[in-house]
Design a protein around this ligand. Structure first.
Ligand SMILES: C[S@@+](CC[C@H](N)C(=O)[O-])C[C@H]1O[C@@H](n2cnc3c(N)ncnc32)[C@H](O)[C@@H]1O
Length: 268
């Protein structure tokens, strides 16, 4: 005979789901409101984004510092630097500031109107920066010497990532770099389980409530789809990047440097 209470025994999965949907909206912290319970970068998120992302992504600022330092090797006088999914423009602004003495163009693109407004405001006194509202899949990557996707590719539909990376590789300059930061899935269930639990503890330690941690995880279903590190590396190799290198890793968060080969691969 089971020790479960009769009530618990009698609650069907369908009922649990109904109760879930009767809640007014998902609580995810930092005053971000998600009326549809699904994560969105629009609907007022931009105003709270900087605080939220810095507390949610382990090493968020360290990663920016790393990209900035690496950029010295790739930013060229007449080249273009493109941040795809620039959100509020924090990284684009840092890169443009670092290389302001050079004659390079810094382009930040995002699909969310509110993000673009905040980014334009942040960079308003930086003459070398342009912020545009355009989808990653429509950006012209010609002449780019450095392209940064800092936790953006994970929001592109899975089946479109390979083609996007191939086009980026084809259009950008030889010897140029793609710096890709992504949340990843771990290669086995045991590691994934440990990582999830440690990541939950990380967020609880940053003053998110248990309800907000759960609400955020649930809100990202079907919105943020991580691949494993091996899958991201395979996509980059298939796109034609020579030897992608993992240069940053904390829990499931990973940064990869992928350089377009200077010499075209021999045919056949
Ligand atoms: C996690 S945020 C990026 C954070 C930002 N790179 C930073 O360093 O603060 C992901 C961003 O990608 C944008 N995004 C999602 N899909 C996109 C797409 N198809 N094209 C361009 N931007 C996209 C979102 O609007 C969001 O601002």
């Amino acid at each position: 005979m089971s020790n479960a209470t009769p009530d618990a025994d009698n609650v069907s999965f369908a009922q649990v789901k109904d109760d879930e949907h009767s809640l007014p909206e998902a609580a995810v912290g930092d005053d971000i409101q998600l009326p549809s319970r699904r994560w969105s970068f629009g609907r007022g998120t931009a105003a709270h984004f900087d605080d939220h992302v810095a507390k949610s992504v382990p090493g968020y600022h360290d990663g920016h510092a790393l990209v900035e330092e690496l950029s010295d090797f790739f930013v060229a006088d007449d080249g273009r630097v493109i941040e795809v999914g620039c959100s509020t423009g924090a990284l684009t602004s840092r890169l443009a500031h670092r290389h302001e003495a050079m004659n390079a163009e810094f382009l930040g693109v995002d699909v969310v109107d509110d993000m673009v407004k905040v980014a334009r405001d942040r960079c308003s006194d930086q003459a070398n920066v342009h912020i545009e509202i355009v989808d990653a899949r429509r950006v012209d990557y010609t002449d780019a010497c450095l392209i940064v996707m800092y936790y953006t590719l994970q929001f592109i539909p899975l089946w479109q990532r390979g083609a996007l990376l191939e086009r980026i590789q084809r259009e950008m300059r030889r010897g140029g770099a793609l710096v890709l930061f992504e949340k990843t899935r771990l290669p086995n269930g045991t590691l994934q389980d440990m990582c999830n639990q440690v990541y939950d503890a990380y967020k609880l330690a940053r003053c998110f409530s248990a309800e907000e941690v759960l609400g955020k995880t649930r809100s990202l279903r079907g919105v943020l789809e991580p691949l494993t590190s091996a899958e991201n590396m395979a996509l980059l190799r298939r796109a034609g990047f020579g030897e992608p290198h993992v240069l940053y890793r904390q829990l499931a968060f990973e940064g990869i440097l992928a350089v377009k080969p200077v010499i075209e691969a021999a045919a056949g």
